[in-house]
Design a protein around this ligand. Sequence first.
Ligand SMILES: [Zn+2]
Length: 114
Amino acid sequence: MSRCPMCGDAVERSGIGRPRTYCSRSCQRLANNEVARLGRRLGAIELGLDRVARDLVTAADDVMPGNSVRRYRLQLRRRQEALEAQHDELTGRMRDLVSALGTTNSSTGDTDDR
Ligand SMILES: [Zn+2]
């Protein structure tokens, strides 16, 4: 028996066809919605990363008066790191969801208890 990746309830096996991943249609819908939402957020983060990468290249020209290029670059790097951390986190969640969608047998023996 497996567990629903959205709510943790037991998923009954019908014995016919592909084993179900989710306990219910609503959990399946929730998962699909979350995948779509994560996709949009990842897209926005990737745009932000592109912009930071561009700004780093032109930092010397873009620096505000009263700020040093060095400090401006540091700010950009911090922003880059923050975006990358968010991206990693969301990608991890996305991977979990997508693998749950795609697997026929959920071999999740290593469930992290959060
Ligand atoms: Zn469920």
